[in-house]
Design a binder for this molecule. Sequence first.
Ligand code: PFF
Length: 451
Amino acid sequence: MNSSSSGMWSSRLIFILAAAGSAVGLGNIWRFPYVAGENGGGVFVLAYLLCICVIGLPIMIAEIVLGRAGKNSPIASMTILAKDSGTNPAWQIIGWMGVVAGFMILSFYSVIAGWALAYFFKMVQGVFVSIDALNANRVFEDFIGDPYRLVFWHTVFMAITIFITSRGVDQGLEKAVKVLMPGLFFLLILLLTWAVSSSGHFLEGLSFLFSPKPQDFSGNSVFLAMGQAFFTLSLGMGAIMAYGAYLSKSAGIVGSALTIGGLDTLVALLSGMIIFPIVFANGLEPSAGPGLMFVSLPLAFGNMVAGQIFGAIFFLLVSLAAVTSAISISEPAVAWLAERGKFGRPTSSYIIGLFAWVLGLGSAFSFNLMSDFTLLPERSFFDSMDFLSNNILLPLGGILISVFVGWRLKAEILVDQLPNLPRLFWVLLIFSLRFIAPGAIFIVFAMSILK
Ligand code: PFF
């Protein structure tokens, strides 16, 4: 069974929307601001932007190339391409690592997306109308302290994701992203206008994000910025590769990658420019951690005209943006299971979703029942899943992908996937994939050890 059993994108635009739907998600709106806030703001943002350009974009091009040339799940595509290139079939490890990372990411992603769903209903109920910082914090603490509610919302989110995944890429997903992406942009612009005009601390927020202070520099924050770049662009685990398999031959890869990367970065920066002015205006801590968005945004909505309606729409859109990302996180594993032929696509989706759901219980409980439990030293179950997948597995996957495409993939395959690429772009791409991207990832890993 190959990609045709999961469907094909009906146009290049739909691929861009779907891949942007994969990239834009909790990583931009929830994770980017809170990790930037924990790591000194400006230095982190600068390192993140550099990682996007120097490491992220070449690897995104490489993943799309591999997917479209391999036309199967990442595991099968890598096996086929390694064989066609006359090299070691062990390169399929890229696909396997992606499946493992995908399970880990999907498990905690669903828990946090469940929070966004729950917040949609809280908004509708008017829980945050005229709320102050203390109470917004209290609502959040009460909520994450309740294991039943977290498991409930985790279950709802996972069920929605599995339902859509089971139907294949061409049904539902296309329609969803077409409405979702413009809606999300509209509300972000609305929130930004509010942050500029009403927070009274817009410039403070801007300067936190965009003026790096040398004393904040550390190897560790650059390392975390690199993990964020991989996570936010959905790279290093085969998600974009899996989507590339459904892309028609006529679509241009480089232009698509630049558009997806640009949209994704824009949403992350907009989110930061919205959240930090609210944080400073209300005396919140930028380093508050995973709750940052769930305390600051309700505060803004609770105190703006028609905030109840806008807030509800916003959390609904964030939940939907999370769905379009979660689908792509599960895609490498689902496509692999489905193409083995034992189960159809629906059953494959249910199996993968069930495993990820069980693993997710650990993350849900790490905010309450298991809050004292550490998996990695000084890291809760949730933190450990997040750290291992985003900061270790995705960059390692990135090294392997860039080295494979840069050094091992048969030249004809690459040329065939990137026809009409101007010479300068070729030189840049090959140089990046051979030396710059793997070298930079390696250096950043080394910097993190030195701290
Ligand atoms: N890029 C998504 C986000 O920013 O929310 C998360 C994600 C999707 C990570 C797909 C990894 C992945 F393969």
